[in-house]
Design a protein around this ligand. Structure first.
Ligand SMILES: Nc1ncnc2c1ncn2[C@@H]1O[C@H](COP(=O)(O)OP(=O)(O)OP(=O)(O)O)[C@@H](O)[C@H]1O
Length: 226
């Protein structure tokens, strides 16, 4: 589904160039649950930004469902991203002025579904993530674990081909993390492609396959500092 060929990413800050990624060649197939793992600064967020079509590489090619995306126009790339990709972040971006139901419904407003169909999808997701009793609540009043489940339900609502998650358990305790990652596993068992970035080796173990990153390279295994 996603293939990269020799991608590089250089951040230019004034005179200083920072090579964040070098020669990345990875293949992610439909239905996989892949974890990008590595210490802070290894390039996980940068790589996820490229794979999720938010950013473009400084060199190399990225194929998404057979189409080369690194050199396409920003508007075409954004269109492709909105149609096929959802992202869950460590910092939970919910809209505090909207209820739980309305937050989950948000991505569906960009698709021409009837109100009835939207409601059916949102109700199913609330049921699946045990959020139904909170449907009229506002997310700002809820704890991080519940908020992250709402963010995941919202990510699922438009049936994306792939869900990217950048350190999604960063704000959760270990029990909450395990429960949250169990949801990922259930989604993946139902066929959902998932790509998660994490520096936590506990979280990384939940995936089917690990891509270890170190200093911007894919390595055969991550060397823990110390
Ligand atoms: N916008 C930017 N401008 C300049 N340098 C950047 C930028 N974003 C990231 N970097 C640098 O690129 C390297 C990789 O950063 P990145 O955030 O991708 O790593 P990471 O593995 O996700 O780290 P963390 O786990 O701390 O989020 C780091 O050295 C970082 O300082």
């Amino acid at each position: 589904m996603i293939h990269t060929r020799n991608i590089q990413k250089v951040y230019q800050r004034g005179e200083h160039a920072r090579q964040a990624l070098q020669n990345i060649n990875i293949d992610i197939e439909e239905g996989e649950y892949v974890v990008v793992s590595g210490p802070s600064g290894s390039g996980k967020t940068t790589l996820l930004g490229l794979l999720s079509l938010v950013d473009v590489p400084s060199g190399g090619e990225i194929y998404f469902k057979g189409t080369e995306v690194a050199h396409m126009s920003e508007s075409r790339r954004n269109k492709l991203r909105r149609k096929h990709i959802a992202v869950v972040f460590e910092h939970i971006h919910l809209i505090d002025e909207l209820t739980v139901f309305e937050n989950i419904e948000m991505p569906l407003l960009y698709i021409s579904y009837s109100r009835k169909k939207r409601r059916r999808i949102v109700e199913e997701l609330m049921e699946r993530f045990r959020l139904t009793h909170l449907r009229r609540q506002y997310p700002g009043r809820l704890d991080d674990f519940i908020q992250q489940k709402i963010a995941l339900a919202r990510a699922c609502s438009s049936s994306p081909d792939v869900i990217f998650a950048d350190e999604p358990t960063g704000r959760l305790n270990s029990t909450e993390s395990d429960e949250f990652l169990d949801l990922f596993r259930e989604l993946n068992e139902a066929g959902q492609t998932i790509v998660m970035a994490t520096h936590s080796s506990d979280a990384a173990r939940h995936g089917q396959r690990i891509i270890p990153l170190y200093d911007g390279h894919v390595v055969s295994r991550v060397t823990e500092p110390g």
